[in-house]
Design a protein around this ligand. Structure first.
Ligand code: SF4
Ligand code: SF4
Length: 231
């Protein structure tokens, strides 16, 4: 019969509407925002932020200004300027860092590609969405100071992902420490071997000289053996 589908749909809507007041298992699916807020889901994503590990946000940024995210961002809304000098990263290795790291959030499409391509766990997706403001052109152009957030924030909003990220970084740090230790031991061993060789060479004498012959026995003075002159 014509219109059966519409009637069925309206019946489902009416059942849910009335049921939402009486059925505790199917409460209202809407909330009166902004007075009422629902807790963000763990897999919610809005815009990127930069992770830092130390209290000084700028010194603790994980970003090494490799610019991969800048190249891969589809709408090209990331702008990075690399440093000329280097500083130690979380593994103790000397790395460049971003002098400038801007994202134009008015262009960002929340695709998360920057997060996927970052090899350093340095950029993650935030759940913050209330960013509206009255400045149409510059209000959503955010710099590295505004983008920097501690790793604790990442653990709080995406605990499962953050645990995987922390474990991966811990493995990297352990590898870097083991390599540094092996390098120090190899250098110490090489130095000890060089020292032993030098000592052996010194004991053997100067290179290229024949061993010294034993000293000749002293001969009797010629005068003693000769006959005294005739008077
Ligand atoms: S989420 Fe997508 S659009 Fe936004 S900065 Fe990252 S790569 Fe660019
Ligand atoms: S956020 Fe990651 S991919 Fe982007 S420049 Fe920094 S280290 Fe490279």
């Amino acid at each position: 019969m014509l219109g059966t589908g519409i009637l069925k749909g309206m019946a489902v809507t009416a059942k849910n509407f009335v049921g939402s007041y009486h059925d505790s298992e199917h409460p209202l699916t809407t909330s009166e925002y902004p007075e009422q807020r629902i807790a963000p889901k763990e897999n919610a994503r809005q815009f990127p932020f930069l992770v830092h590990d130390t209290e000084d946000a700028m010194k603790g940024l994980r970003c090494v200004a490799c610019q991969i995210c800048e190249k891969e961002c589809p709408p090209q809304c990331i702008y990075i300027v690399k440093s000329k000098d280097k500083r130690a990263d979380y593994k103790g290795q000397m790395q460049l860092y971003p002098v400038t790291f801007d994202i134009d959030l008015s262009v960002c499409m929340s695709c998360q590609i920057c997060v996927e391509v970052c090899p350093f766990e340095a950029i993650k997706m935030d759940t913050e969405f209330e960013l509206s403001n009255t400045d149409r052109f510059g209000g959503l152009l955010v710099n590295k100071h505004q983008l920097a957030k501690p790793n604790e924030h990442y653990r709080k909003i995406h605990p499962t992902e953050a645990a995987v990220s922390d474990a991966s970084l811990a493995v990297e740090v352990a590898k870097a420490q083991a390599k540094a230790k092996a390098d120090v031991e190899a250098k110490a061993k090489a130095a000890a071997e060089a020292k032993a060789k030098a000592e052996a060479a010194a004991a053997a004498g100067p290179i290229g000289t024949a061993p010294t012959a034993p000293a000749p026995k002293p001969t009797a003075p010629a005068a003693a053996s000769a006959a005294p002159p005739a008077a």
